[in-house]
Design a protein around this ligand. Structure first.
Ligand SMILES: Nc1ncnc2c1ncn2[C@@H]1O[C@H](COP(=O)(O)OP(=O)(O)OP(=O)(O)O)[C@@H](O)[C@H]1O
Length: 323
């Protein structure tokens, strides 16, 4: 399959930045895919998204949309590719206008009846039709996010770029918004590229995860593949709060990662001292000290443990790391 979007060795540095912007990223995105770009703060996620959209000019490399170079802001009257729409963190909504008008105004040269039908359909699809006659100022952050997405998709773009779409929503609304984004991709066949600082959003929703660090892609692939074979300590810690183990006496040379849910009390395991215990709802978070290393565990059995207790712990799944 020819990729819809190809990012070819792209560079963007900001002279006054503390981190490098984007340094030599290559990426292929297929039509209809949901792609999540995740990474720590300042790793270059938003810069990459803006480069793909054509909102920033790269200093090197290029972005191709169906084989044609995406033009930068100085090459076009209205920055951004015509077939892509981007929803930024600063939602550009008209706060004192109604939801309906915020959305329908995007269809300026459209027959009135078609305009009404399309606006209603889009609002229904994003489950905001009941808010049609409310002003934007009267909406919650999550509802505003939906209106911004409705504005982006009403003109039927082929690609939707979302910068931190879940930043304004709580856990329950997050699930709904995740379903909506998934429906946009599956039913309307819109390719979705989103940026998130919380990797769990990307793990649950994406066909492809792109993990960035210091402006470079360190890992790219299906969420499950990356989760079970993170390869790099940064990736394992970012997506699963993994413990990074090296130098423990029972381990062979090299570096290993183990997720907290794979650390358990076992009489044949290594000696460890409980450093802290915190209730976490579904599980308790237990920190152990073993051979001078702190190891985090999620204990789903709520074993009665207290600070200072001595136990033996073992690891269910150790993942060998390259770096
Ligand atoms: N317009 C700009 N001018 C100067 N530096 C910038 C600009 N935009 C981004 N940067 C810098 O480039 C680096 C990457 O920023 P970017 O916003 O892409 O990171 P991010 O991964 O999206 O971070 P966050 O999760 O905190 O939003 C940072 O050091 C940032 O300060």
């Amino acid at each position: 399959m020819t990729p819809l979007i190809t990012v070819h060795n792209i560079y963007k540095n900001f002279t006054d930045a503390t981190h490098s912007g984007v340094s030599g990223i290559n990426l292929e995105i297929n039509e209809g895919e949901i792609v999540s770009i995740v990474g720590e703060s300042g790793s270059g996620k938003t810069t990459l998204l803006k480069l793909i959209y054509g909102y920033l000019i790269p200093q090197g490399g290029e972005v191709l949309f169906e084989g044609k170079r995406v033009l930068g802001p100085t090459e076009k009257l209205i920055p951004g590719h015509d077939e892509m729409k981007m929803v930024t963190q600063e939602l550009t909504l008209n706060l004192y206008a109604r939801v309906y008008d915020n959305i329908s105004s995007l269809l300026s040269n459209t027959d009135l009846e078609v305009k009404r039908d399309l606006t209603m359909q889009t609002m229904e699809f994003l489950r905001i039709d009941h808010l049609a006659y409310k002003k934007i100022v009267e909406l919650s952050g999550g509802e505003q996010q939906r209106v911004a997405i409705a504005r982006a998709v009403i003109t039927e773009p082929r690609v939707l770029l979302l910068d931190e779409p879940f930043s304004q929503v709580d856990t329950i609304l997050k699930k709904q918004l995740r379903d909506d984004i998934e429906r946009l991709a599956r039913f309307l066949k819109i390719t979705v590229i989103m940026v998130s600082h919380d990797p769990s959003d990307g793990l649950s929703l994406s066909d492809k995860l792109v993990i960035v660090k210091d402006g470079k892609v360190v890992r790219e692939g299906k969420p499950q593949e990356i989760y079970y074979e993170p390869q790099h300590a940064y990736v394992a810690q970012l997506i699963g709060k993994a413990n990074i183990l090296n130098g423990l006496s029972f381990l062979e040379n090299g570096k290993y990662a183990v997720y907290p849910q794979d650390v358990f009390v076992n009489q044949d395991g290594m000696t460890a001292k409980v450093k802290s215990v915190h209730f976490g709802g579904l599980y308790q978070e237990v920190e152990y000290i073993a051979e001078d290393k702190t190891i985090l565990s999620y204990d789903f059995d709520f074993i009665p443990l207290a600070k200072g207790d001595e136990v033996n712990i073992a690891f269910k799944k150790l993942m060998k790391l390259d770096s």
